[in-house]
Design a protein around this ligand. Structure first.
Ligand code: SF4
Length: 501
C-alpha cells in the first residue's frame, strides 16, 4: 500500500488514545506558548531531547520572550547555544525574532504560510508551531513521521526524497481537514484547498488555454509536484462525508467496532460501519459540550482534560492537531524507533501496521544511501602561557561561521612541526605534550584531530615578521574565566577544552 491508499481514520484515533496515556513529559509541553514551541523545535533539530533540556531551560531563563531574543547581543546568544552545534539555528532564531518584532508586533504568527517567511522555519517547524501552540490543523512531517508512516502503510518510496515528504504531508493535511470538520463542522474554509500550492494547482485547471499555459510554464515545478495530489484530494472529498466518518470512527473505536479499510481508490464504503458506530456509540460517554469546541485552547490543557476523561472511560470528542503531531513524534521516538528493532508489542498500530504484518520492519522505511562524509585530519593547539590561552574567530562564512575556536590546522603536524610553527610566530615553547586524538562528526564532514598542549614563555621578543604571522593567525589571548564567560567555542573542540586549565 502507499501513503495515499491507506485509511488513517482508525490509526489516528488509536494513536491519539495511546498518546493521552503515554505522552512524554517535556519542559516545553507544560506551557506550549508559541515562543516555547519555536525555541524547543529549533533546538531539537539534529539534537536529542535529553541534550536539549538543559539548554532550553537556560535559554528561556535568559531570554524569556521573542522581544528579549531580538534585543540580545550576538556573543550572548551564541554563548547560550554553546555546545548545541549547528549555530546557524540560533543566528536564524535571532533574525526571526527581530522580524517578529518589526512585522508581527512581537508575537509569532499563527498562520502556516506566515511562519514559513521567518528565517530558519521550514515546513516541519511551521506545522509544529501552528498545531501545538495555536491548534491549527497543520501536519508536521519530519524523518520520524516518515518512518512510522512508511511502516504503517507499507509505502516503499525513498524517504530521503523531497517528493516522498511532500506526498506524506499532502495526505496528512487531507486527513487533518477531516478532523477539523469533525471538530468544527464543515466550513467554507475547509471546503477550499488547504495549501497555497493546491490553490494554485486548482486555479490552473480553471484558466483558459493561453493563460493557463503561461502560468504553467512559470509554475511547472509546483504543478508537477501536485499532479499526484490531485488524485488524493479527489479521492478524499467530499469532506463532509469524511467529517462524519471521523466523528463516527472515534466513537466506533471506543465501542470496539472495526471499520472497513480503504479500497485502492482511497474511498471507503462506510455506510454500514458508520450506522453501526453511531448506534453503538449512542451509549458511549464523550466529553462535555465545552470540550466539543474547536481546539483553540492550549494543547497542554486539552491533553490533561482528555487524558482525565479517557481514564473515566470517556472518549476524546475531537483530535487536537498539536497533540496528534506530538503523538507521532513520541511514537517515532519511543516505540517505532529509528535504530534497532521497533517495539511493536507496545505500539497502538500493532494490529494495523503493514510492516509488522508482512515482516518488513527491517526493510521499511526505504532510505537511499547518503554520500560518505569527508574526513579531515586536523591539529589542534592549546597554546598557553599559563595564565592565558590563544583562541581565534572563525571566518564569517562556512562551517561554524564567526564562532571562536582553538587554533587548528588542516593537517596532522608532528611535534617538530608544531614547535617550529609556534616559534615562527615569535613564541618560546617551554614544554610541549601530545594530547589524545579526538573525533567530531558534522553532517557532511568528520574532523579527526590530534592535539598538542604548548606552554610558552609569558613575554618574548618578536620580530616584525613574527608579529605579522600572529596577526595573520588572528590569535587572541584570553584567561580561562574570559573564555568561559564571553566566548562561544563549538563542541567540536570539547575534547581539548579541559586542557586550557
Ligand atoms: S507496529 Fe511496529 S513497525 Fe508498525 S508502526 Fe508500530 S512499532 Fe512501527
Amino acid at each position: 500500500m502507499t501513503f495515499e491508499e491507506f485509511d488513517y481514520s482508525r490509526a489516528g484515533i488509536l494513536l491519539y488514545r495511546w498518546f493521552l496515556n503515554n505522552a512524554r513529559k517535556l519542559p516545553w509541553r507544560s506551557d506550549p506558548a508559541p515562543y516555547h514551541i519555536w525555541i524547543s523545535e529549533i533546538m531539537l533539530q539534529q539534537t536529542r531531547v535529553e541534550a536539549v533540556k538543559p539548554y532550553y531551560a537556560r535559554f528561556l531563563a535568559a531570554l524569556p520572550t521573542s522581544a528579549a531574543l531580538a534585543a540580545c547581543p550576538e556573543e550572548t546568544y551564541l554563548k547560550l547555544w554553546e555546545g548545541l552545534g549547528y549555530y546557524s539555528r540560533v543566528r536564524n532564531l535571532h533574525k526571526a525574532a527581530q522580524q517578529i518584532d518589526a512585522q508581527y508586533g512581537g508575537a509569532l504568527p499563527s498562520d502556516f504560510d506566515e511562519l514559513l517567511k521567518l528565517p530558519g522555519i521550514g515546513r516541519y517547524t511551521a506545522g509544529a508551531i501552528a498545531s501545538i501552540a495555536y491548534g491549527k490543523y497543520e501536519p508536521a512531517v519530519d524523518g520520524n513521521v516518515l518512518r512510522i508512516l512508511a511502516r504503517l502503510t507499507g509505502d516503499d518510496a525513498d524517504i530521503q526524497l523531497q517528493q516522498t515528504k511532500d506526498r506524506a504531508e499532502r495526505v496528512l493535511r487531507a486527513y487533518y481537514r477531516t478532523l477539523k470538520e469533525a471538530a468544527e463542522g464543515p466550513s467554507a474554509e475547509s471546503a477550499m484547498p488547504a495549501s497555497r500550492q493546491e490553490a494554485e494547482a486548482a486555479n490552473l485547471e480553471q484558466m483558459p488555454g493561453d493563460q493557463a499555459a503561461s502560468a504553467q510554464s512559470k509554475e511547472t515545478q509546483v504543478v508537477e509536484a501536485e499532479s499526484s495530489a490531485d488524485t488524493v484530494t479527489e479521492s478524499i472529498e467530499p469532506a463532509g462525508r469524511l467529517a462524519a466518518e471521523a466523528v463516527c470512527s472515534m466513537r466506533a473505536v471506543s465501542a470496539g467496532i472495526e471499520l472497513a479499510s480503504a479500497n485502492t481508490a482511497g474511498i471507503t464504503n462506510l455506510e454500514q460501519p458508520i450506522a453501526q458506530a453511531a448506534t453503538s456509540a449512542a451509549d458511549t460517554p464523550v466529553l462535555s459540550a465545552e470540550a466539543l469546541k474547536p481546539p483553540q485552547r492550549s494543547s497542554a490543557a486539552v491533553l490533561q482534560q482528555q487524558a482525565e476523561a479517557l481514564s473515566r472511560g470517556e472518549e476524546p470528542a475531537f483530535l487536537h492537531p498539536g497533540l496528534l503531531n506530538q503523538a507521532m513524534m513520541d511514537l517515532g521516538a519511543t516505540v517505532c524507533v529509528p535504530n534497532g528493532e521497533p517495539l511493536c508489542h507496545r505500539c497502538p498500530w500493532e494490529g494495523l501496521c503493514t510492516a509488522r504484518r508482512e515482516g518488513l520492519t527491517g526493510i521499511l522505511p526505504v532510505r537511499s544511501k547518503k554520500a560518505a562524509r569527508k574526513i579531515e585530519e586536523r591539529t589542534v593547539l592549546i597554546l598557553s602561557d599559563g595564565k592565558r590561552a590563544a583562541i581565534r574567530k572563525r571566518p564569517a562564512r562556512g562551517l561554524l561561521a564567526d564562532l571562536w575556536e582553538l587554533p587548528n590546522y588542516l593537517q596532522l603536524l608532528t611535534r617538530e612541526e608544531v614547535v617550529s610553527y609556534v616559534q615562527a610566530m615569535g613564541f618560546s615553547p617551554i614544554r610541549i605534550a601530545e594530547l589524545p586524538p579526538a573525533k567530531h562528526i558534522f553532517s557532511h564532514v568528520e574532523w579527526h584531530m590530534t592535539g598538542w598542549q604548548v606552554l610558552i614563555e609569558e613575554e618574548a621578543f618578536a620580530s616584525e615578521e613574527q608579529l605579522d604571522l600572529r596577526k595573520k593567525e588572528k590569535l587572541q589571548f584570553c584567561s580561562l574565566a574570559e573564555i568561559q564567560s564571553d566566548y562561544a567555542i563549538p563542541s567540536a573542540f570539547s575534547a581539548y577544552l579541559p586542557y586550557l586549565r
